[in-house]
Design a protein around this ligand. Structure first.
Ligand code: PLP
Length: 385
């Protein structure tokens, strides 16, 4: 049987060599041998986060790291500013509320990026705001927020800067220290192309000062325990980690190091540009403003007269390609192509070709080959291909 092509914004295709290490024998998670794997993994995570600070892996999905980020910095009633322009921005606000925070939501129209000046104005008006959360790559809308610019603002205030890079780290520029990020979180199953189930977090000195004075609202996700156990000899995690996933995580990060972070990011940007050009050439409209369009996922308006069920159904059943639907009020009106992780030229060509055939089959006026031609032109015009 033909293998299904996952063109969704996570989980993404995992390289065979990464899958293979998960069948290695389970070892004692409190042994010197496992400590070596853990330390190597955390050190590579720091390198990918582009920070001098340690990074910690957490067994759990990306949301666990989001919760660790917020739950460790808030005492009951502390004010937190949440920038919300999509599903994951909302999630950060919900997590802050669930952890006793008093949330101030700054709503940004879905499909657009935040205006950094607005963040400055809000911070100027309220000096009790203890932290600002933002989602770098809003996976639900295909928008990349200007996290560097916002970081340059937040650093001037007595507030921590908390950034979700779950669907961008390893696929787009994220320089934690240069962008003045205090707490940055990510997940294994998106651009890092590891299996789902692991998350990572890094914490600045400014954030530790706050964390050390706060009663963490979580036991399992108390990051002080992760810091303490990591410094043990041999290095450990506070509780039993998913040992097999840690093998996979290390191998996936090895793959990234071999490719080189910079090349990998260029590959993602090129895949995104080719995807956008391909869908536009077919005659479809992008959902997000193009000047803030994501390097890792593209949201596209569902063409008039075509239903999500028919379109994504045919893509999946006839062509073996899985696309993502819209979330929340975008359900049915938008579909999304994930181009993150190990995505190649072949994947984009195949996807755009199948999209042309699917839409033609559904009666949409498509000139076959136009989208594929635009993809090919984009790749040929790039110096990085
Ligand atoms: C996928 C994702 C998450 C985390 O989701 P999990 O299902 O918990 O891994 C968080 N933020 C963004 C932007 C994401 O794309």
């Amino acid at each position: 049987m033909e293998e299904t092509l996952l063109m969704i914004p996570g989980p993404t295709r995992v390289a065979p060599r990464v899958l293979k290490v998960m069948s290695d024998a389970i070892m004692n998670h409190r042994s010197a041998d496992f400590a070596e794997i853990l330390t190597e993994t955390n050190e590579m995570m720091s390198e990918i986060f582009q920070t001098k600070n340690p990074a910690y892996t957490i067994t759990g999905s990306g949301t666990a790291a989001m919760e660790a980020a917020v739950g460790n910095i808030l005492n009951k009633g502390n004010k937190i500013l949440n920038i919300v322009g999509g599903k994951f921005g909302q999630r950060f606000a919900q997590i802050a509320e669930a952890n006793g925070g008093s949330t101030i939501v700054h709503n940004v129209e879905w499909g657009t990026g935040v205006n950094p000046d607005d963040v400055k104005n809000i911070l100027d008006e309220d000096d009790e705001i203890k932290a600002v959360t933002i989602v770098h790559n809003e996976t639900s809308t295909g928008v990349t927020n200007p996290i560097e610019e916002v970081g340059n603002i937040v650093k001037n205030y007595d507030a921590l800067y908390v950034v979700d890079t779950v669907s961008s780290l390893g696929g787009d520029d994220v320089a934690v220290d240069d962008y003045n990020i205090d707490i940055c979180v990510t997940g294994s199953q998106k651009c890092l192309a590891a299996p789902p189930g692991m998350a990572a977090i890094t914490v600045s000195d400014k954030a530790w000062e706050v964390i050390d004075k706060v009663d963490s609202s979580s036991y399992y996700l108390d990051v002080r325990k992760y810091r303490k156990y990591a410094s043990n000899e041999p290095s450990e995690t506070p509780y039993t980690p998913s040992v097999s996933l840690m093998y996979a995580m290390r191998e996936a990060l090895n793959v990234i190091m071999e490719e080189g972070l910079e090349s990998r990011i260029k590959r993602h940007h090129l895949a995104a540009e080719a995807t956008r050009n391909g869908v536009k050439a077919i005659g479809l409209e992008l959902f997000a403003d193009e000047d803030v369009s994501s390097a890792t996922v593209t949201a596209i308006k569902m063409p008039e007269g075509v239903t999500d069920k028919d379109m994504r159904g045919a893509m999946r059943d006839k062509y073996g390609i899985v696309l993502a639907g819209g979330q929340d009020h975008l359900k049915g009106n938008v579909f999304r192509i994930g181009h993150m992780g190990n995505v190649t030229y072949k994947d984009i060509v195949t996807t755009i070709s199948a999209l042309e055939m699917t839409l033609k089959g559904l009666g949409f006026d498509v000139e076959l080959g136009k989208g594929v031609g635009a993809v090919a032109d984009t790749y040929l015009a790039s110096p990085h291909f």
